[in-house]
Design a protein around this ligand. Structure first.
Ligand code: GLN
Length: 385
């Protein structure tokens, strides 16, 4: 190793490798069942692969338009209209991205800079904060309180200053599995209206909501949609997290700013996947049944953990289940997760990883986007622990 004093000045000196990568590596090393990183261990339908490979073999392998394939943007526009009654123009208001992480990063870069404050709710998905820092903007944290993790709108209002430019929201919420109601979105809309703030709404788990609830997308309220970039992804919806294809729906003026950065950030997203996804999306049942599919897994997972030492928190969306481990040990969640991995052979994510100050609410996150057999085996180990 060489040192280059004075030449390498880290833009993110306090940041290590993401917790998902670290724990997945450790889980593989010690042969633990991986309920840590959020990705399914089962496959998508062959029809999706057929659609993509057909386009590949038909020679559609060159650059896509910078904003995304027209067929996919139209399919997204149709879906947003059918599911949320939200009207987005496929040409001017929808952009295909290389996954939602890129979309959020690009949106922050496009809209916030030095002197601007950006509000995030903690626990927060771990990519938001570095995005804000790299943009030179100032993060402002509003804490969501266990066990329900609902936003306290008075606390949000107190966090707003004349410099507040952006609020990043996320429902259904990673890592807590909580969901906002339309009433929450109404409160957000009123605040943003009053203080003239823009919103990045991370909705990648939009089709994973439970117990008959409808997803409270920001785009369902016109007064909120006009100042919001709605970010979503196909990875969660179609069990293809490795394809890294997502999208942003935003009013034309915001989409123009988003695209100014996007074109130099990724330029365009891979062509055959976009075309295959456009074909596959034509059957709405393929995403509308996702909530019922994961609700079964949630229920089975929770039932199988009855009688374990974990106290399970409510889960109304996403494929994540929070569990309180304080009844078992008070060693801190990072140490607990390592011990659980070593002694029980089950990997999870320490929730302190979702706080800028490593606040430890005594919780771990399990991902239940796994085959029934793997979940059963993991639960058996967790019950014995
Ligand atoms: N969204 C996934 C999770 O929360 C992981 C994404 C990632 O590894 N960057 O586990």
């Amino acid at each position: 190793m060489h040192d280059y004093p004075g030449i390498v000045r880290s833009r993110l000196p306090d940041v290590g490798t993401t917790i998902f990568t670290v724990i997945s590596r450790e889980a593989a090393e010690c042969g633990a069942l991986n309920l840590a990183q959020g990705f399914p261990d089962f496959t998508a339908e062959p029809a999706l692969f057929d659609a993509v490979t057909q386009h590949m073999h038909a020679g559609r392998n060159q650059y896509s338009p910078m904003t995304g394939q027209p067929a996919l943007r139209q399919a997204i526009a149709d879906k947003m209209s059918a599911v949320y009654a939200a009207r987005y123009d496929a040409d001017a208001e929808i952009t295909v991205t290389a996954g939602a992480t890129q979309a959020v990063y690009t949106a922050i870069t496009a809209l916030a800079g030095p002197g601007d404050e950006v509000i995030i709710f903690e626990p927060a998905f771990d990519s938001y904060l570095p995005g804000i820092r790299l943009a030179g903007a100032t993060p402002v944290f509003v804490r969501l309180q266990a066990p329900h993790f609902r936003p306290d709108w008075e606390a949000v209002e107190r966090a707003i200053t004349p410099r507040t430019r952006l609020i990043i929201t996320n429902t259904p919420h990673n890592p807590t599995g909580s969901t906002w109601t339309l009433d929450d979105q109404r409160q957000l809309a009123a605040l943003c209206e009053r203080h003239d703030i823009l919103v990045i709404s991370d909705e990648v788990y939009e089709h994973i909501v439970f117990d008959g609830a409808a997803h409270a997308s920001a785009c369902r309220l016109p007064e909120l949609a006009r100042r919001t970039l709605v970010v979503s992804s196909f990875g969660k919806t179609f069990h293809v997290t490795g394809w890294k294809v997502g999208f942003v729906c935003a009013p034309a003026a915001l989409s123009v700013e988003f695209r100014r950065v996007h074109q130099f950030n990724v330029f365009a997203v891979n062509t055959p996947c976009q075309l295959g996804l456009a074909d596959y999306m034509q059957h709405a049942a393929r995403y509308l049944q996702l909530g019922a599919f994961y609700q079964k897994k949630r229920d089975a997972f929770r039932a199988a953990l009855q009688g374990s030492a974990f106290e399970l928190l409510a889960c109304s969306g996403t494929y994540f289940q929070l569990a309180r481990h304080e009844a078992i040990a008070r060693e801190g969640d990072q140490a607990f997760v390592r011990r659980l991995m070593r002694e029980a052979g089950v990997a999870s994510i320490p929730v302190s990883a979702f706080y800028h100050d490593a606040h430890d609410p005594g919780l771990v996150r399990f991902c239940f986007a796994k085959s029934d057999a793997l979940l059963e085996q993991a639960c058996e180990r967790l019950r014995r622990f």
